[in-house]
Design a protein. Sequence first.
Lengths: 109, 479
Amino acid sequence: MSSGLLFALGGLGIVVIGGWALVLRAHLIRKVLAINIMGSGAFLILVGAGSMGGGDVDPVPQAMVITGIVVAISATALALALVLRIANATGKPALPEDRERDLMDEEGM
Amino acid sequence: MLEQFAQAPWMLWAIALPLSGALLAFALPRRAAPIGVVTALLTAAAAFGVLLQVALGGARVYRLGGWGAPLGIDLLADGLSVLMLAMTAIVGTAVSIYARVYLVTSPEKVRRFWPLWLFLWAALNALFQSSDVFNLYVTLELLGLSAVALVALTGSGPALWGAMRYLLVSLLGSLAYLLGVALLYHAYGTLDLALLGARAEGGLSLAVPLGAMIAGLLLKTGLFPFHVWLPPAHGSARAPVSALLSGLVVKASFYLLLRLWFTFTPEGQGLPILLGSLGAAAVFWGSIQALRQKRLKLLVAYSTVAQLGYLFIAFPLAGLDPALAWGGSIYLALSHALAKGAMFLAAGSIMTQGGHDEIDELDRVVDRMPLTLAAFALAGISLAGLPPSGGFVGKWMLLQAAMAQGEWFWAAVMIVGGVLTATYVFRVLGFAFTKSPHVHEAHDVPRTMEWTALLLALGAVLLGFVAPWALPLLDGVLP
């Protein structure tokens, strides 16, 4: 197994882990983190798949990942600002369907 | 001089103008509104410049920095792009003029609205002219982020929740799309759509990335059952923002879906039938939910869920005469943008006048705001697909495609959907003609707001007459 394939498979695993948390966790900061983790997984797939051919490393996936990271930072900034506004306006950093859940005690789930 | 004007890089201006206008409006917050309106008019002019160039001279390519694909970024404007650019320009101009008056009471919101809306416009114009899959990803994200921020502008708890859910869904959709891009690049070594179309072979190396991209785009378009985020976001935003989201933003991801579909023309009947069935389910579910809503803006938002469903009925009907089915779907998308934009603007005027948007409590709107009610009714006519509106042309083409193939099920879905649409529109009109049991304090609504909604709704109806000029633009774009 080439290291590129290993990175790509690892990236896929990270995407799945992030997706899992995005659906199950109620705390909005955790959801934002989950999206970020998924994004990192996608970037790992991009870079891993780009270096699978052997020989010289293809620079295009690297350029795409850098652009992707910029996009991810902007998205995270907007998401965190929104979480803050939600917590201030409604008293709890959660979506309405999750408001009854205990946001701090999520370790065991 | 005239020659220079005709050959000017309008494709570039259509993106650069709103982008610089947005930055300027952000840097000079006190002058945001005049900067915004001037930029809007200039951007619309640039979009029509591209439309004329393509209508007279055929599809155009602009190589950014002179690099050229595959290394550089190419902009491509063909018939489908320019129709979308023109749709954005018409709805965008109307919303800009409306918002100039609508937002005047809250200076705080004026400062934030204009930069975000101009960024959104730049993202839309860039998306409609991008010809490589990664550039499309970037425009898709810029579009999603500015749209979410616009929803959050309202500031109330429910609007913030709506914005947050919209953001999570939007990011998830983009990630799925990005994964598809990564796999496509790995398999075929290029990002350019045309090159990908030429190199792509069937099989798993195409099916997996395409599946991920389509799933992401369906999520962003809000096709049933991925629509749950849509009504809270579109319904709780400010009226001009709702008009932009329902009219334009969901069309962008649908446009991208069509582009991918036309480039790769997936084989087999399973996926088209699945998409068509989800569309049919959206028509019924959205219409029934619209009928049950108590608030006017939520009714209009659920109507969007239903009308988006129609666009997907073209997928299973494209086999025999692709031009007829796709043309119908694209024409429906265009006329829905104008009609739904007008409907949300009219709803905004009604809300400003009565201070609420409870449908049962509408108090003789017909006497107080005949222009606004006319706008709502005309938009409803186009949505229900009555002649001579643009909605009629689109639905008629889809119906013809269905009947030519003896596909009576799809024809029945469209007809029943039309009846349901007429029912929820008339439900609103009925309450607008009668006195409400309770007295509400009435506020004056500026005439500009009433007229922009009416003109936009008239545009949706008149769109039916320009079909003979608009539809030939699609020759050569459709598979």
